[in-house]
Design a protein around this ligand. Structure first.
Ligand code: ARG
Length: 583
């Protein structure tokens, strides 16, 4: 089974072949000029290049051939060779009703994969900051999209739990509480069960220690030693590490929860690091480790590289592992534990070279086989309203929590005045997360954008709150119809131009989902949601659905409302956006 558009694409492909041309695949797009047709096919231009012919000539041949089938209401050629197709109302109605019977048709997948996703990356003992927002939003939505397309997905929070920040925090705790048993090498008793620090402590300690290390070389050196000691598994420091981990993880989870960001696996760099010795032993056998100025490296450059790709630093000259080694060890672990077909990484573009080195080393060493796909999915930055890196008023790094609070305050004003107390709080939470997430997913993934809480929270325009508000109104109409005991039709019909536009849009959903899945960018889905919601609001504004006298028309509209409502819920859910009962 394939969707309406896919069937039409197949048909078109067969006609192209009939005319004696070859094309790998055919893509039909919703027409940008609806006055010429419902859908458009641009392939004549591609074929023209391939066959050294005039595109209009090719388009004419194909169109003449198709016209013989009497299939479409209209088919014509525009400009240099765009083929415009207008479907017959009957075929639109047939297909939308078939789709309505089995909405899963949109999500079918005959080649499901196991996809492992890495989009957390929060650092233990440090607050989540605005830089973690996009990986969480885009990653979560890509996971949900992939699994709704029937792939198996596993996401790992991949906490930064083993690096210098922890060493810094431990050093500062030691300075403040030198008598804690964790720092006493001769201590043999049981370490305390409760943590010596709270999350609030950590939020103050890390920035303090990090600033101090920048200006105090001696302090930095001590932090280095502390880091090396705990990475070497010092008993007391490991006990302290567990406390810091627990305290910090609870808080990290709280923020990810607030953002509807979920992970099936809560591992971190430290988990991957456990596999370093066995991985190094394997790499030694592969004979690909080279010595370089006291360090161990793997050469990953290729002859035809157009930019410099330095060797991957496996073991530094002081004996410690690098960020690259940790990621390589995590791939080693993931392949053994989860057997993924694909591993996806989401960070901002600045880590491109890092992943290029890691992926190449993983392939050269055959830690992953040729079939396994390692994918770096970078994204652009979110800046402040002025287009400059997002900062707090005093120039510090904005935490993710403060950012969400700013949006929440703005959205709170938009909620109905009769909703009060705890319920108001809860709804403001949901609406503001919708505002932030939707705005974050609108730009094409690699495009930078500016954070504008006022614009993002508006009830009008391309915003999360607008979509929530409109979708709630659909639900309320359906409730009213049920209360008034109005029957819902089982059959959608076309009664006016808006009905027809809505149906064309509904039939295009699968294309949108696949496009988004292939580009790993959610902008097609945010755009689609806005479009279909607008079309529906148009229908709603121009008709009195609840008092319509023609019962056939009324029932068809109610069914359309239900289909669009359910569709919207599903798409909002893919974007990681919840919807309140009212707002
Ligand atoms: N913790 C890292 C950071 O804050 C991001 C980790 C991304 N994932 C990875 N597997 N390296 O920059």
């Amino acid at each position: 089974m394939s969707s309406f558009i896919e069937q039409e694409e197949q048909y078109l492909l067969s006609k192209i072949k009939e005319c004696g041309y070859e094309l790998d695949d055919v893509t039909l797009n919703v027409s940008s000029r609806p006055e010429y047709g419902d859908y458009q096919f641009n392939g004549a231009m591609t074929m023209a290049k391939k066959y050294g012919k005039n595109p209009r000539e090719i388009a004419t041949e194909i169109v003449e051939c198709i016209k013989k089938d009497n299939k479409y209401q209209d088919i014509n050629i525009a400009g240099p060779g765009f083929i415009n197709i207008t479907f017959s109302d009957k075929s639109l109605i047939d297909h939308v009703n078939e789709l309505n019977k089995n909405i899963n048709l949109n999500y079918e997948n005959d080649n499901p994969k196991t996809i492992f996703l890495d989009y957390g990356g929060a650092n233990v003992a440090k607050a989540l900051h605005v830089g973690h927002l996009r990986s969480a939003n885009i990653g979560e939505a890509l996971k949900r999209l992939s699994s709704s397309l029937n792939n198996k997905t596993i996401a790992d929070a991949h906490l930064g739990d083993f690096g210098r920040p922890i060493g810094l925090v431990m050093l500062e705790i030691k300075k403040r509480h030198p008598n804690l048993p964790y720092f006493d090498k001769t201590f043999t008793g049981e370490y305390p069960k409760t943590s010596p620090v709270t999350n609030e402590d950590l939020m103050e300690i890390y920035p303090y220690a990090s600033a101090k290390a920048k200006e105090d070389e001696q302090y930095m050196e001590e932090a280095r030693l502390m880091t090396a000691l705990f990475q070497d598994g010092d008993k007391g420091l490991m006990a302290l590490w567990h406390h810091i981990m627990n305290v910090s993880k609870t808080d990290i989870k709280r923020i990810y929860d607030r953002l509807n960001t979920t992970f099936e696996v809560w591992e971190g760099e430290s988990d991957g690091n456990k596999y370093i010795p066995e991985m190094i032993a394997y790499l030694e056998k592969q004979n690909i480790i080279k010595e370089s100025e006291g360090a161990k490296v793997i050469e990953v450059a290729k002859e035809d590289d157009d930019h410099e790709v330095p060797p991957l630093l496996l073991i530094k000259s002081n004996g410690s592992a690098s960020y690259e080694t940790t990621d390589l060890a995590c791939i080693w672990e993931r392949m053994k534990k989860w057997h993924p077909d694909e591993i996806w990484y989401l960070t901002d573009v600045r880590q491109a070279l890092h992943f290029e080195q890691v992926f190449r080393a993983a392939k050269i060493s055959k830690i992953v086989d040729d079939e396994t796909k390692l994918l770096f999915i970078p994204f652009g930055t979110m800046n402040g309203a002025d287009g400059k890196p997002f900062k707090t008023r005093d120039g510090g790094v904005m935490t993710l929590e403060s950012l969400l609070d700013i949006a929440k305050e703005e959205c709170e004003h938009k909620i109905l005045p009769n909703i009060q107390g705890e319920e108001r709080e809860k709804i403001a939470d949901i609406v503001s997360v919708a505002a932030v997430k939707y705005a974050d997913l609108i730009p094409y993934r690699l495009t930078d954008y500016n954070f504008d809480h006022v614009k993002f929270s508006d009830l009008q325009g391309k915003t999360g709150p607008y979509l929530l508000y409109s979708t709630i109104r659909m639900k309320s109409l359906l409730n009213k119809a049920t209360e008034a005991k109005i029957k819902f039709s089982k059959y959608i019909t076309i009664n006016n131009k808006i009905d027809r536009d809505i149906i064309i849009c509904l039939l295009n959903l699968r294309n949108v989902l696949l496009k988004s899945f292939n580009s790993k960018s959610l902008n097609d889905i945010t755009e689609y949601l806005y479009k279909i919601t607008n079309l529906y609001n148009n229908l709603y504004a121009n008709n009195r659905i609840l008092t319509e006298e023609n019962k056939d028309i009324q029932e068809s509209w109610l069914l359309l409302t239900k289909v669009i409502y359910e569709n919207n819920l599903k798409l909002l859910n893919i974007l990681g956006i919840d919807i309140p009962e009212k707002m």
